[in-house]
Write a protein that binds this ligand. Structure first.
Ligand code: C2E
Ligand code: MG
Ligand code: MG
Length: 654
């Protein structure tokens, strides 16, 4: 016989036709028999499936019937309990016309749970359903719900955890016919997130809730959010996390401070002990910071060795004290198994909400600027933001840009300041000092742009130009005046490379200069940084026959004995002493002269501006002097115009 559904017989997957009205299967293919635990098709067709069908399932099926009548199809997970064995399958439900004109339900099994990964068990389309009375009492839960969560759920208020909300939902469903919510609900066993699709059954005055368990999705979302907002290394909030947390909190509008903290010299730890130890130390720092911050505010790792702290003012006495406390806590030694004890410092910049800025991005930038100021002021301290820092940063960025342009256009000049031999009553030589006139910025002091060029590395090409120009000038004057002037040139740390001595040797040969006529000025910090490397370089220079001057003596912290190892011939006493800016300036001037005499070092006094200062230095038996009183730095043509006649007015004391 040619059965109307024989067409489906050949399908590999289970297929059957269900008469919703009579709650009976009216046709099934062979593949569906194992799923239904049926030995023959006839046995399956004889089953009364309505007997233990819950009211919830009944209501769902009636809903389906209407949708099939409208030509719709549904794909969902469905639970079966043939012979009390729970089975679950992803089914495709659609309408199929019967000979009598009614529409039955054609069920095709797309996949059985056993053939799919376990995670899918709660994915998208589980057909959990609950049916509530108008008063919110639970009338029925479908098998899927009871199987997952048991039978303890009593009513809608219980499910939603709120009686008012339960009443609202019933009212909303009654009025609109449907409701849709995503909510964390109590199942009678535990809490789960559900995507809830509710339908009001007008004839029965009941609320049918179709639930999709979205807990896993929510958890994954939560996990993804957690990962995006936390630092992998320390577990602290990261930059995005603290920003979000502060923005979420800002509705309270309470004044707070933002602290930007940077570990001093952390690179050194990484370079010395390796990154694994660096990471370990960062974790230990994070723990210590957390102890200082806990309950008071938020803490985040901003990146690298930078941390951010946000504290509301009501939780601390004042920001400076709080920063001090944090610095003190980090100053206590850290014990790391692999390397023993490590000591670190940190610099902190602070900015206040709402006085300094109202948005978090600006506050972070301001606190960062203030932190750099704290570093400049000597590190291991805190500094509060002030608007001039923003101006300073802007100036720095502009200078940096113009410096690049100036290097390309070669718009620098060298000025020469006379250095006078007081005893021989004649010109000893000159210090070459760079000058930069920028069309837009005007005259920019080397005290401002040299440190910047050192930061960017531009000092290396600039330094080459300075040396070459000074040597060229020296050779010129040598030819013109036949006098053995000494030209001293300032050097920066970045220039102290092994290639420097050969480069200078090349210049000496090119311009036919006596090496004894060239002097190089270096500050003590330049000489002492990476001491071994610097020492080698200085020795190479001295071997060439050049003189080395120790510049700005008295402003650093080292003693002359520390520098005795280095091939220095001359000390330049910083101008602040000659100008009497320090308590005991005179004592220092006299002591320097005495020590240098003992150590067989020559001394140049810098910054002589008045005749009184000059006379005092002569009294102290100084040999060499430099200063505005004797001559300002000037371009070569100006010196030539004066015919070097600088010494005519110098009083000679006998
Ligand atoms: P410095 O090497 O100690 O140079 C002496 C500075 O004191 C110069 O400032 C000079 O103009 C100034 N000066 C000289 N006599 C007097 C005086 O009687 N009174 C006062 N108030 N100041 C006096 P300048 O030219 O502005 O240079 C500042 C610093 O910039 C220099 O200090 C040096 O460290 C650096 N610098 C200048 N030119 C160069 C250069 O060509 N290369 C490098 N690496 N650094 C340079
Ligand atoms: Mg100098
Ligand atoms: Mg100096």
């Amino acid at each position: 016989m040619n059965h109307p559904f024989a067409l489906f017989e050949r399908l590999q997957s289970p297929v059957w036709v269900f008469d919703i009205h009579h709650k009976k299967i009216i046709w099934a293919n062979k593949a569906s028999l194992p799923l239904w635990e049926a030995s023959t098709a006839d046995e399956l067709l004889s089953r009364d499936l309505g007997a233990d069908m819950s009211a919830a399932v009944n209501a769902i099926l009636e809903g389906y019937q209407q949708r099939f009548n409208n030509g719709e199809a549904i794909k969902t997970w469905w639970y079966f309990t043939p012979n009390d064995i729970l089975k679950k399958a992803l089914c495709h439900f659609s309408g199929i016309p019967l000979a009598d004109g009614r529409v039955a339900m054609l069920v095709e099994v797309v996949a059985e749970e056993s053939s799919l990964r376990r995670e899918l068990a709660f994915s998208g389309c589980s057909n959990l359903a609950l049916l509530f009375s108008e008063r919110g009492d639970l009338i029925s839960a479908n098998n899927a719900f009871s199987h997952s969560f048991g039978f303890r759920l009593q009513d809608l208020a219980n499910f939603l955890g709120d009686i008012t909300l339960a009443n609202d939902w019933v009212a909303e469903a009654r009025q609109n016919g449907t409701i849709r919510h995503k909510k964390l609900c109590w199942t009678g066993k535990n809490h789960h997130w559900f995507d809830i699709d509710g339908k009001w059954l007008h004839d029965k005055k009941q609320l049918l809730l179709n639930l999709v368990n979205i807990t896993l999705e929510k958890e994954q979302l939560h996990k993804a959010k957690y990962n995006a907002e936390h630092d992998f290394l320390t577990g602290l909030l990261n930059r995005r996390g603290i920003t979000n947390a502060i923005i979420e909190n800002q509705h309270s509008q309470l004044p707070y401070s933002l602290l930007f903290l940077d570990i001093d010299g952390f690179k050194l730890v990484n370079d010395t002990y390796g990154h694994a130890i660096g990471d370990k130390l960062l974790r230990a720092i994070a723990i210590r910071l957390q102890e200082s911050v806990k309950f008071k505010g938020l803490l985040a790792r901003f990146g690298g060795d930078e941390f951010i702290i946000q504290v509301e003012h009501r939780n601390i006495e004042n920001t400076t004290l709080f920063a001090k406390h944090i610095i003190a806590s980090l100053n206590k030694p850290f014990h790391l198994k692999e390397v023993g004890e490590l000591s670190i410092g940190c610099s902190i910049g602070t900015a206040n909400y709402p006085e300094d800025a109202k948005d978090i991005e600006t506050l972070v930038t301001q606190a960062d600027m203030a932190m750099h100021r704290a570093k400049l002021r000597g590190r291991n301290r805190s500094h509060h933001f002030s608007p001039d820092m923003a101006d300073a940063l802007y100036r720095k960025m502009t200078l940096r840009h113009h410096l690049t342009l100036a290097l390309e256009a070669d718009t620098f000049e060298l000025y020469y300041q006379p250095i006078v031999d007081l005893k021989a009553h004649k010109l000893k030589g000159f210090e070459a000092l760079i000058r930069w006139h920028d069309e837009e910025l005007g005259q920019v002091s080397p005290a401002e742009f040299i440190p910047l060029a050192e930061e960017t590395g531009q000092i290396v090409p600039l330094g080459r130009w300075i040396l070459k120009t000074a040597c060229q000038q020296l050779a010129n004057w040598q030819k013109k005046y036949d006098q053995k002037f000494i030209m001293s040139v300032n050097l920066s740390r970045a220039q102290l490379q092994s290639s420097l001595a050969p480069a200078i040797e090349g210049l000496i040969q090119q311009y036919n200069i006596d090496p004894a006529q060239l002097a190089l000025e270096l500050t003590e910090s330049t000489m002492l940084q990476d001491y071994d490397e610097a020492k080698q370089c200085l020795e190479d220079l001295a071997t060439l026959g050049l003189e080395l001057y120790l510049d700005d003596f008295g402003t650093g912290y080292s003693s002359l004995s520390q520098l005795q190892d280095l091939p220095i011939s001359t000390v330049k006493l910083d101008q602040s002493f000659v100008q009497g800016e320090h308590k005991g300036s005179q004592a220092i001037i006299e002591a320097t002269q005495a020590i240098c005499e003992k150590l067989d070092l020559k001394v140049v006094a810098e910054g002589v501006e008045t005749i009184n200062q000059l006379q005092y230095l002569q009294n102290c038996n100084f040999d060499f002097c430099q200063g505005y009183y004797l001559g300002k730095p000037m371009p070569s043509y100006e010196l030539e115009e004066r015919n070097f006649s600088l010494l005519n007015d110098i009083p000679v004391i006998h």
